[in-house]
Design a binder for this molecule. Structure first.
Ligand code: TXA
Ligand code: MG
Length: 319
């Protein structure tokens, strides 16, 4: 198992040696390595069992640092950075050659973001290189939102977990890019589409491509727990599967279901931010139970509800 602690100096020394460290962010924990060191980046892909066609996000400590790694920053991008960084927003920009092709899986654009977590921001400011960091989970599984989640799955593959507590947003960053003058959201996430549109106007949400994904977070079966997750009307699903053992993950209501022993309600008060924060922990908890399936339902498709529904749909799709 990895050491867990809040020593920035330890994290810094390991990263400078080319080793991997799990880092806290406001969205989910990341599995970080020196983004400019191909060997460290290779270790990230290996530790996650992640295919090399799925590019990594590069994390920087400030808006100013971005110009070291990208050729050009369009006006909409700089408006978004100024308004929402540090924060749960990744922007795709044309990369400079200093960023290894391995990081971007050969694509011309690099995904770049400045995470909003005090420990990781301090760490980034002390390092002379940016950090490549995908979510710190095996490829295709639910992202981790606390150090214990990371340790359970990747603890034997990394040296240190920088402990920044529970992630306060709980779903991955929103990914935005620009094509032919249009602003496109490739992954809905911790920054709402409404917030983005309030700064740069209408965006196109394009998260449904299955073949040749621009952002493989778009793959239909992703973020998935090991158990079948059935998404729909919980009462109806329950009647259809009454003879099976099951657990329930609901948005705000607790259901009266005779055979169900475990139910998690994401937000009894109907707060979508709270629901997002709890989502991945809840999926992990239910996944560990001795039940045959998990029943769940969509939440209102606004604000962070879009990101929640996106993750639930992908997690319920086993194709
Ligand atoms: O909130 C987050 O974004 C977290 C924290 C750790 O920052 N990171 C994260 O990374 O979710 P990951 O690797 O699990 O998901 C990143 C997604 C992937 O689906 C990847 O394909 C896409 O971003 N992506 C990264 N760079 C890209 C690029 N250059 N072009 C297109 N998609 C890219
Ligand atoms: Mg991920």
């Amino acid at each position: 198992m990895a050491d867990i602690g809040n020593e920035i100096a330890i994290a810094k020394a390991l990263l400078e040696e080319g080793k991997l460290v799990a880092i806290p962010t406001e969205t989910v924990y990341g599995l970080a390595g020196n983004a400019l060191n191909e060997e460290a980046v290779t270790e990230i892909y290996l530790a996650k069992n992640r295919p090399y066609f799925d590019p990594l996000i590069v994390h920087v400590g400030s808006v100013e640092a971005v110009s070291d790694y990208v050729e050009e920053i369009p006006r909409q991008a700089s408006e978004l950075m100024r308004r929402f960084w540090p924060g749960p927003l990744t922007i795709l920009l044309p990369k400079k050659s200093i960023v290894p092709d391995l990081v971007t899986a050969g694509l011309d654009r690099v995904g770049i973001r400045c995470p909003d977590h005090p420990l990781t921001l301090q760490l980034l400011k002390k390092l002379s290189f940016p950090l490549a960091a995908p979510s710190a989970n095996p490829f295709g599984y639910v992202s981790p939102t606390n150090p214990a989640h990371v340790n359970e799955q990747l603890g034997n593959k990394i040296d240190y977990i920088l402990d920044g507590g529970e992630c306060k947003v709980g779903v991955e960053s929103t990914i935005v890019g620009f094509e032919n003058g249009n602003s496109i959201v490739y992954r809905v996430g911790g920054l709402s589409v409404e917030d983005i549109e309030s700064v740069i106007g209408k965006v196109i949400v394009n998260t449904h491509s299955d073949s040749n994904p621009q952002a493989p977070g778009q793959l239909t079966s992703h973020y998935a727990p090991g158990k079948p997750l059935l998404l729909g009307n919980i009462q109806q699903l329950y009647s259809q599967h009454k003879n099976k053992s099951m657990a329930v993950l609901s948005y705000r209501d607790e259901y009266e279901l005779a055979n169900v022993r475990t139910q998690i309600v994401l937000s009894p008060s109907g707060n979508l931010d709270e629901a997002a924060r709890k989502l991945f922990s809840a999926l992990r908890e239910l996944d560990k139970l001795d039940v045959e399936m998990i029943l769940t339902e969509e939440v209102p498709d606004i604000g962070l509800g879009r990101a929640i529904n996106d993750r639930l749909r992908r997690a319920s799709n086993k194709s």
